[in-house]
Design a protein around this ligand. Structure first.
Ligand SMILES: NC(=O)c1ccc[n+]([C@@H]2O[C@H](COP(=O)([O-])OP(=O)(O)OC[C@H]3O[C@@H](n4cnc5c(N)ncnc54)[C@H](OP(=O)(O)O)[C@@H]3O)[C@@H](O)[C@H]2O)c1
Length: 255
């Protein structure tokens, strides 16, 4: 059985906004000592303070997941950790293959795949040493099917999915499980705005007419549920979408 969350450490990447911040809040409330990482120091420090003031255990550690030397340095702080939530990532651009920017593709691969690889490799010894570790990988429904004008993000999230599947095969028999969470449409403050390079009008179109996209809290609850199953239970893959979304391309809009 999973030990009580108290004294268990959970590292959350991309904890400065959206799903990562919501997950850090919910894991802290569940009793984990949460370690918040992201590039924006001010945001993770403010969240750590909010959680500490509320009586939870939280620390902030500024980190770019694509910087392997910094990730290795971060990992030296831990002898044991219990949960790693690889959430940092996102989409850049929404252009057809014919005209999309290779720099966007490269950056999406770096963040969503290499970033996850970096943290997972660096923290696997500490996850194993806990004798009850969980690696969570936030892929996406974009990791399971394609859609027009999403090729770069779809390719990167397929990479994250493959990382999860392969790692699970390779470490079976060790006390570490691998959980992939694949959300569909989640309305977070920054995801679509980042994708459209700050164009809030284009970002708003993504959710236009959708009665109830998922929220960051919905996904955080899903992650918290999955990691709090008894240790022998591995939720390999959990796909979660809003009711209004039947596939990546079939979304009900009330316009
Ligand atoms: N929103 C959706 O519809 C949706 C659906 C499926 C899957 N997802 C996935 O869920 C995850 C979170 O998405 P979200 O909606 O919460 O988006 P978000 O609010 O834009 O969050 C992205 C997070 O990633 C961090 N990040 C980006 N690049 C980083 C880097 N190089 N190093 C460290 N941190 C980095 C950002 O923090 P800093 O900028 O402070 O570094 C931010 O905290 C992403 O992997 C996304 O692809 C989202």
């Amino acid at each position: 059985m999973t030990a009580a969350a108290t004294n268990r450490i959970a590292v959350v990447t991309g904890a400065s906004s959206g799903i990562g911040a919501a997950t850090a809040r919910q894991l802290a409330t569940a009793g984990y000592r949460v370690v918040l990482t992201a590039r924006r120091k001010d945001r993770i420090e403010a969240l750590a303070e909010e959680l500490t003031t509320a009586g939870h255990q939280a620390t902030a550690y500024p980190l770019d997941v694509t910087d392997r030397a910094a990730v290795d340095e971060f990992a030296t702080a831990f002898r044991k950790i219990h949960v790693l939530v690889n959430n940092a990532g996102g989409a850049l651009g929404a252009d057809p293959i014919a005209t999309s920017d290779p720099a966007d593709w490269r950056q999406m691969y770096e963040t969503n795949v290499i970033g996850t690889l970096n943290l997972t490799q660096a923290l696997l010894p500490a996850l194993t040493a806990s004798e009850d570790g969980t690696v969570v990988i936030l892929s996406s429904t974009a990791g399971h099917g394609t859609y027009e004008n999403g090729g770069g993000y779809v390719a990167a999230k397929h990479g994250a999915h493959v990382l999860a599947e392969t790692l699970r095969l390779e470490i079976v028999g060790t006390p570490v499980r691998v959980i992939e969470i694949a959300p569909g449409m989640v309305k977070t403050e920054e995801f679509a705005t980042t994708r459209f390079n700050g164009d809030t009008a284009k970002a708003a179109k993504v959710y236009e007419g959708v009665a109830a996209p998922l929220t960051a809290d919905d996904v955080a609850e899903t992650i918290t549920w999955a990691v709090s199953r008894p240790s022998h239970v591995n939720i390999d893959l959990l796909v979660v979408r809003p009711r209004a979304q039947a596939s990546n391309t079939k979304v009900h809009r009330e316009l």
